[in-house]
Design a protein around this ligand. Structure first.
Ligand code: ZN
Length: 155
């Protein structure tokens, strides 16, 4: 049986780690962005935000985020999906936080976020297996499923 990721539960690539899936995701996104209809109108940027936020939220430990940064990301993603903030507003929010003393990555002794989610309805491998077709909609669904799962888990 193939080993699975301790954080998201996805099957790991032969001899690899879940972060290899993340790199494959970024390569797939590069392909998706080659389509001018996606690249124009900011759809690609939104998809990138959904994809990276989703992966980070499912891997707060592996991606080495501080608990505060994870909370902020979750709130930004929820606000963006609900249409409360634009991507530009999300970026200026991140910039403001980064301008201060706030660190995004953990140092020794910092609290590690662990969600205690039994299983995620969607993982990075579900997004990868769909390929280029429908990528933007799929990463949005992935992001929504994560927020819903965290809410249901009371995390
Ligand atoms: Zn994983």
């Amino acid at each position: 049986m193939a080993a699975s990721c301790p954080e998201c539960g996805a099957a790991l690539p032969e001899g690899g780690a879940c972060i290899d899936h993340f790199h494959a995701l970024l390569l797939l996104e590069y392909e998706v962005l080659a389509d001018p209809s996606v690249a124009s109108g900011g759809r690609g940027e939104v998809a990138h935000f959904h994809a990276v936020s989703s992966y980070v939220l499912q891997h707060p430990e592996g991606m080495n985020y501080t608990a505060e940064a994870v909370v902020g990301l979750r709130r930004s993603l929820a606000d963006h999906l609900a249409g409360r903030i634009t991507l530009a507003e999300q970026r200026s929010r991140v910039r403001r936080a980064a301008d201060g003393a706030t660190r995004v990555t953990r140092r020794a002794g910092d609290e590690v976020t662990r969600w205690h989610v039994a299983s995620w309805p969607m993982t990075v491998t579900d997004v990868l297996s769909g390929g280029v077709e429908g990528y933007c909609a799929r990463v949005a669904r992935w992001a929504e499923s994560i927020l819903r799962t965290l809410d249901e888990a009371g995390a």
